[in-house]
Design a protein around this ligand. Structure first.
Ligand code: OAD
Ligand code: ZN
Length: 232
């Protein structure tokens, strides 16, 4: 065992009080996905999109990592001899707060904006508005939350593809497996020989390529599993 990939989704942050996307009190409930998470929605009403992510940032800032995030950090600290990568679909910063390493935000991060004119990435201090000038090129009406919308390619895909091909163990945590390409990662990992595990609250249909599915709250199931894996 040398390389481990841990793919996380909204479910890993549920116990930290952040709503998942497709749960009953899901994040989209008061908004339409196509309004706040698509390129077309952003073009139609950019300020509405900024308001949505400004509010989400406030919630994210207050959230603390839970036992599942912390277990990943502990595993990384115990096994410095392994390459343990955290590929997250989450735009929250709970893996960072838990002090994990090798984190790849493939769907972007809530604390950044990107300038559509010059590509400059700006860290968030408070709210972003569409009419704020870019700090680098000075243009207005060019700032977009640095979040991957439907219709855009996720980030770090080349790097992640290599990780999937090389990993010995692939662990997905708290993800419904309906949003591609992340939903297809398990298939690649398994094809190249990895053992594959899924930690979700409830049974997901899209679990065909997982060797084992562990149901329950990730904060309760993941720490024990990683502690065992750490001894191997
Ligand atoms: P979903 O909301 O689709 O799925 C959450 C998953 O977490 C479900 O399978 C639940 O069973 C599971 N879950 C809930 N609570 C849990 C807990 N306490 N412990 C373990 N599992 C739990 O979220 P994602 O799969 O992350 O994209 O959604 C993928 C993408 O859809 C998101 O990254 C987002 C959205 O479009 C962007 O924002 C770009
Ligand atoms: Zn710019």
């Amino acid at each position: 065992m040398k390389n481990i990939v841990i793919l996380t989704g909204a479910g890993i942050s549920a116990e930290s009080g952040l709503a998942t996307f497709r749960g009953s009190d899901g994040l989209w409930d008061n908004y339409k996905v196509e309004d706040v998470a698509s390129i077309e929605g952003f073009e139609k009403n950019p300020e509405l999109v900024h308001t949505f992510y400004n509010n989400l940032f406030l919630k994210v800032q207050k959230a603390e990592p839970n036992e599942a995030h912390l277990a990943i950090t502990k595993f990384q600290q115990e096994r410095k001899d392994l390459q343990i990568d955290v590929v997250t679909q989450n735009v929250d910063l709970l893996h960072e707060k838990a002090k994990s390493e090798n984190i790849y935000h493939i769907h972007g991060r809530i604390d950044e904006c990107v300038c559509l004119n010059c590509g400059h990435i700006e860290k968030r201090k408070g709210d972003f508005h569409f009419n704020m000038p870019c700090k680098k090129c000075g243009q207005i009406n060019v700032l977009k939350p640095n979040i991957v919308f439907f219709g855009e390619m996720p980030m770090y895909m080349d790097k992640v593809e290599k990780m999937l091909q090389q990993c010995d163990v692939f662990i997905a945590v708290g993800t419904s497996g309906v949003v591609y390409p992340a939903a297809g990662f398990v298939q690649t990992a398994k094809y190249y020989g990895a053992k594959t595990y899924l930690f979700n609250l409830d049974n997901t249909e899209n679990n065909f390529f997982f060797d084992k599915q562990i149901l329950g709250k990730a904060g309760e199931t993941l720490p024990e599993f990683l502690a065992d894996l750490s001894k191997k």
